[in-house]
Design a protein around this ligand. Sequence first.
Ligand SMILES: Cc1cc2nc3c(=O)[nH]c(=O)nc-3n(C[C@H](O)[C@H](O)[C@H](O)COP(=O)(O)OP(=O)(O)OC[C@H]3O[C@@H](n4cnc5c(N)ncnc54)[C@H](O)[C@@H]3O)c2cc1C
Length: 419
Amino acid sequence: MSRNHWQNAAVEQVAFPPLTDSITVELVVIGGGFTGLNAARVAAQEGLRVCLIEANTIGHGGSGRNVGLVNAGLWLPPNQIKQTLGDARGERLINDLGTGPDRVFDLIKTYEIQCDAHRSGTLHLAHSSQAISDLCAREKQWQSRGAPVTLLDAQTTAHHVGSDMYHGALFDARAGVIQPLDYARGLARAATDEGVHIYEKTAAVRIKRDDIWHVTTSGGHVRASKLLIATNAYNNLTSATQVYETSIVSYFQCVSQKLSQRDFDAILPDHHGCWDTALIMSSFRKTRDNRLVFGAMGETNDTIGRHIHDGWAQRAIKRVFPNVKIELSQSWSGRIAMTKNKIPEIMRIGKDGYAVFGYSGRGIAPGTVLGEQFGKYTTTENDSDLCLKITDKYSEIFTNLQSRYYESGARVVHIINDR
Ligand SMILES: Cc1cc2nc3c(=O)[nH]c(=O)nc-3n(C[C@H](O)[C@H](O)[C@H](O)COP(=O)(O)OP(=O)(O)OC[C@H]3O[C@@H](n4cnc5c(N)ncnc54)[C@H](O)[C@@H]3O)c2cc1C
């Protein structure tokens, strides 16, 4: 049970050769996810010679494994972002990421990306009556900024979900769902249309700077005046060139066997994407091939984790949809890079060299937006093109311990909590 359904069901097909010689470009991007691909696309549009190298295949990281919820803003409620970044910076970030889904759905339309996009909104589900007050605060904060975000009562929520298990939900009309790997592959196609040279199976193994950047890869060498590291939680650069370290939360998803048309129609009739307010949260959504994808925090790459989390998911899904026959067939997991303040970082790692990372679980629209802004910034070098301040250092201690703490917590909750 360890296969990624998005790979099995992808419609967008792309393939790029590995780099086997020495090349010179103006911008080299490391990492073929939403951030790197969109940065490369925009920089090429702005006139730069750009190459992107990906250690595996496009969408190997979070971009090809996630739930596909194209949400607005960050995980944190707007006021908390403002408290952390200050009024001006905070409002800029809230505004730019609040309109992030517009950017994603515009790109899908412009480049005709076949990613099963449904922009019918997402539902943040209240798993307890106490959670309503948090959703209510989020509703007020977004509504005061004119955003179409509404708190739904339990009955309306039950109608939208096809389950009466929830106490209410925050509906966000800006949001939607996509098949994330198809979106990443579509962005790769768009980037090549704009002139980007993409190389798969090409890992950066060494990065060095003299008067320019030198990236030594598994089979070649790139010389570039500018560098972007967009490897987020999948950063596998050797420790000598490791530029940042964050703690990691693992998140797994299981896909169901095909549902009967009747059952498929009874669940999420408007194709909303959902996640809940529980501390060890879970999520679910439908796919274009009549399946349900159900996920939660947890790592399923080892036998014990798989046993605990997959078993819990099978029971949890029965509780949410007791009247629907749902058999789970495969599961896969992915890594989420968490920063200390749950806000992404743009870090300078040397002259004209940057790393963008730390989406803390909300990276589809933010990765698209920050990628786009960074792509522009490479030609303008105008800080006001970026909604985040560039930092010179990011440090976090005990990241391994913190990551183990998250996973242990998820296992304990999934063993003892049968909700
Ligand atoms: C299971 C899961 C569910 C999620 N659900 C959602 C969601 O519903 N909504 C949402 O908004 N966000 C979600 N996220 C977060 C989101 O997927 C990520 O924030 C986003 O994909 C990050 O994109 P990225 O381009 O920065 O990095 P990634 O997509 O992770 O790409 C990094 C790439 O760098 C490559 N790489 C690493 N090292 C090297 C090297 N040395 N040389 C060359 N290439 C290298 C990797 O192979 C990888 O492909 C989820 C994440 C996970 C894991």
